[in-house]
Design a protein around this ligand. Structure first.
Ligand code: ADP
Ligand code: MN
Length: 183
C-alpha cells in the first residue's frame, strides 16, 4: 500500500516523515529528492524555479523501489497523492504558512502562489479526486511531534484495517481557511 504524505510546500511533510523514518517500521521515500537525483522530470521551469515531474516515470520508479517485505510505503511529497492509494493531507493556516515560506527565502511570487493554493484547498481537492481514502490533518499550532502521533495512529489503523473512527476524525473538509483574505 502506498501512503502519500501530501500538502502545500511548508506544511511539514519532510519534517514529519524524517521523524517517522526513525521508527524504522516503514519504508519512506522522499519523492522530491528522488525526482531531482534521478532526473524524473520532463522540464525545468526556470521562471518558477522548479521541475515538472514526469509522473509516469515517477510512479514506475516508486513501484520498483517498493520494498516487498514491507506492506507499507510512505511517500513524502506534494505530488504523492497522484500515485498513492491513501493520502494524508497536511494543512497549515495561510498566515502561518506565509511566515514559514518567507523564512525559507522563497520569492514573493512563490510565497503568494503557495499561500493561495493552501487557502483554496487545492491539494486536498486533488487528493479526494485521486485517492481511495483521504485524511486531513491541521498542523497549525501543533508541534511536529503532535502531527507525527496523528500520522502514526492513522498508519496503525490502516494496518489493522479499521479506519472508520480516524476517517471520521480526519475527514476532508474539517479544515476551513475560507475566512482568509488574499492580499
Ligand atoms: P514540507 O516538506 O511540507 O515543504 P518542511 O517539513 O520542509 O515542509 O517544513 C515545515 C516547517 O514547519 C519545518 O520548519 C517544521 O519544523 C515546521 N513545523 C511547525 N509545526 C509543524 C507541525 N506540526 N508539523 C510539521 N512541521 C511543522
Ligand atoms: Mn518537503
Amino acid at each position: 500500500m502506498l501512503i502519500g504524505i501530501t500538502g502545500t510546500p511548508g506544511t511539514g511533510k519532510t519534517s514529519v516523515t524524517r521523524l517517522l523514518e526513525e521508527d524504522r517500521l516503514y519504508q519512506v521515500i522522499h519523492l522530491n529528492e528522488l525526482i531531482r537525483e534521478e532526473h524524473l522530470y520532463s522540464e525545468v521551469d526556470t521562471h518558477r524555479d522548479c521541475v515538472v515531474a514526469d509522473m509516469d516515470l515517477v510512479y514506475r520508479r516508486v513501484l520498483e523501489l517498493q520494498d516487498r517485505s514491507n506492506s507499507l510505503t510512505i511517500v513524502d511529497s506534494h505530488l504523492s497523492h497522484h500515485i498513492a492509494d491513501i493520502a494524508i493531507v497536511l494543512r497549515t493556516s495561510p498566515e502561518r504558512l506565509k511566515e514559514r515560506l518567507e523564512k525559507r527565502k522563497y520569492s514573493v511570487d512563490k510565497v503568494r502562489e503557495n499561500v493561495e493554493a493552501e487557502a483554496l484547498d487545492i491539494i486536498l481537492a486533488e487528493a479526494v479526486d485521486w485517492c481511495e481514502k483521504v485524511f486531513e490533518l491541521d498542523t497549525t499550532g501543533k508541534a511536529v511531534e503532535g502531527t507525527l502521533k496523528d500520522i502514526q495512529r492513522i498508519i496503525k489503523s490502516l494496518q489493522r484495517g479499521e479506519t472508520e473512527e480516524l476517517e471520521n476524525i480526519f475527514r476532508p473538509g474539517t479544515v476551513d481557511w475560507s475566512y482568509y483574505e488574499f492580499d
